[in-house]
Design a protein around this ligand. Sequence first.
Ligand code: NAP
Length: 314
Amino acid sequence: MSEVKFKKIALIGIGLIGSSLARVIREKKLADHIAISTRTGTTLERARELKLGDSYTTDNGKAVEDADLVIVSVPVGSSGQVAKEIAPHLKPGAIVTDVGSTKASVIRQMKPELPDNVIFIPGHPIAGTEFSGPDAGFADLFINRWCILTPLPNTDEKAVAKLTEFWEACGAKVDRMDPEHHDLVLAITSHLPHLIAYNIVGTASDLEKVTNSEVIAYSASGFRDFTRLASSDPTMWRDICLNNKDAIIEMLGRFSEDLASLQRAIRWGDGQALFDLFTRTRAVRRGIIDAGQEVDAPDFGRQVARKHPEDLKK
Ligand code: NAP
């Protein structure tokens, strides 16, 4: 049982990540008071209906008053604005963190706005789904997932340890990186796969000789797995692309070169090159399963695939 506890945690943004945090904080009793703030009245009302917190407001500044931990869970392009709004209301000594998918740009936006008497520790839980909003969250989201913290030089180590303990209490494993390295790693593990998915689904929907209904009917042959990624939140992914531009462009360059050599191997009938690549990539998946980051079930463990289509309509 974890000892970590905060008197008041303020959650700014109550979508998939914010509401998952609210649920796990409540379940594990990690705070006496959960204050929730979000941009719109509609989302706030939904959070209230779901009983995600103890107090609710659309005023980010009001939410952080007296909070000893503030977690900003908004699209990365809004981090600077949120930092500006909360800055005058932060309690001295408060820990301010975020969950944004890019780190260098969040630091550039937030750090100059925040007062020196708070402890800013940027973070990113590597956990999510393609769904968004307060209904999408669940308390188990962070279990056995990594959370990367990117503390700035000279950050109070006690505060980093406390935040680490907090994430561990949420079920996560915690790692530390410098922000630029984080952005490079995530460009290949998350940002590039999403861009490939957005691109392939876009290409398929633009085809003239293969109809959309054929694409949908025969999607289980591979395409379907890209559509899950390609249905991710457009605002979040626009912001990620604009805020991790350099690392994404670097990875897209490498990807394009490798794709060109694959194309060449197919054109020249180089079966050995194809076989070698496909063997190497199979081992990568094995490694992910062995690390407990994916299930070993066929078809991603989709039970639903075994049901008769008529049953799915019920
Ligand atoms: P989401 O479900 O779309 O929720 C975003 C939340 O932010 C909503 O409650 C939204 O409020 C609120 N918001 C937007 N601008 C705001 C502002 N200026 N002030 C206060 N609240 C504001 O998004 P999410 O998936 O939770 O993502 C949140 C962050 O986590 C992003 O930075 C994302 O990069 C990161 N992240 C996401 C995932 C993932 O898989 N989804 C994984 C790891 C990290 P309204 O609804 O009221 O507009």
